[in-house]
Design a protein around this ligand. Structure first.
Ligand SMILES: [Fe+2]
Length: 284
């Protein structure tokens, strides 16, 4: 049976059925998943049971992998497979087995503080809490296209710095100092408006809000522009919500969506394994 793709009842997102990702997929299925990822930006594949090597093998069908960003503890969470990041609130023997805890993770794209950020992320849910911990995605093509002209003009040609010092749960990464003046934020600089190479479509490219700064502007003007763009881009009309079940695999277009996560009950367990596909272009 070949992969079947159906759009979710949301502005973005597609569900793929008829695949078992633990087995090598026919190239036609890989192409169908990639096409859905390119056009619908988020791909949901339910009811998968993947070992770490199987998750890696599936991920590598879409390109080379990027290792996880630096975590607050200074060593990989998954020592046997360091390309896999662990997202979890579980603490074993006094040590977290993964990153990001149980709190809210505010809107962001992954690792945009790098010059060439990963183009895709793949997240496999092993254990999920009975409620909470939902993940939301916002379509940055749609957000750009709906921008008021004045904001479009204000963003055009502008470059912003994407802070490397904190992870998406707001924790300071090992080896970084607190940012006290956003003009000195350490991280990659990217244009606020990105043009998709394959399609020529434009998208907002915001990355992360804390410690962001639009270069060449006063801090007040930069804050005002970023606040306006973020408020616009994260409106519900551009978003979808994913309610996790154990066994879910999600793959998202990291250059074309923002995502955020709800908090969940710290007394419950949430364990996810994640890979990311290396980008092959500077943002332009
Ligand atoms: Fe993230």
């Amino acid at each position: 049976m070949a992969a079947m793709i159906s759009n979710l009842d949301a502005p973005l997102g597609a569900e793929v059925t008829g695949v078992d990702l633990s087995k090598p997929l026919p190239q036609g299925d890989v192409d169908a998943i990639e096409a859905a990822w390119r056009t619908r930006l988020v791909v949901v594949i339910r009811a998968q049971t993947l070992s770490d090597p199987e998750l890696l093998a599936f991920s590598r069908r879409f390109g080379e992998l990027d290792p996880p960003g630096p975590n607050p503890y200074g060593e990989p969470f998954n020592k046997a497979y360091p390309e896999i990041n662990v997202i979890s609130n579980v603490v074993e023997n006094g040590r977290p087995i993964g990153g990001l805890g149980d709190g809210e993770a505010v809107w962001h794209a992954d690792m945009t503080y790098m010059e060439v950020p990963p183009k895709a992320a793949i997240l496999h849910a092993l254990e999920v809490p009975p409620e909470g911990g939902n993940t939301y995605f916002a379509d940055m093509f749609a957000a750009y296209e709906a921008l008021p002209e004045a904001l479009k003009d204000a963003a055009e040609g502008r470059v912003a710095v994407h802070d490397a010092s904190r992870n998406s749960a707001g924790m300071l990464r090992r080896g970084y100092r607190e940012v006290t003046d956003v003009r000195e934020t350490v991280g990659a600089r990217h244009p606020l408006v990105r043009t998709d190479r394959a399609t020529g479509r434009k998208a907002l490219f915001l990355g992360r809000r804390p410690n962001g700064y639009v270069t060449g502007m006063s801090i007040a003007d930069s804050e005002a522009l970023l606040d306006a763009l973020w408020a616009h881009a994260t409106q519900t009309r551009f978003t979808m919500c994913h309610r996790w079940r154990a066994g879910d695999v999600l793959m998202w277009n990291n250059l074309a969506v923002l995502h955020r996560r709800d908090a969940f009950d710290p007394e419950t367990r949430r364990v996810m394994h994640r890979t990311q596909i290396r980008g092959n272009e500077r943002i332009a």
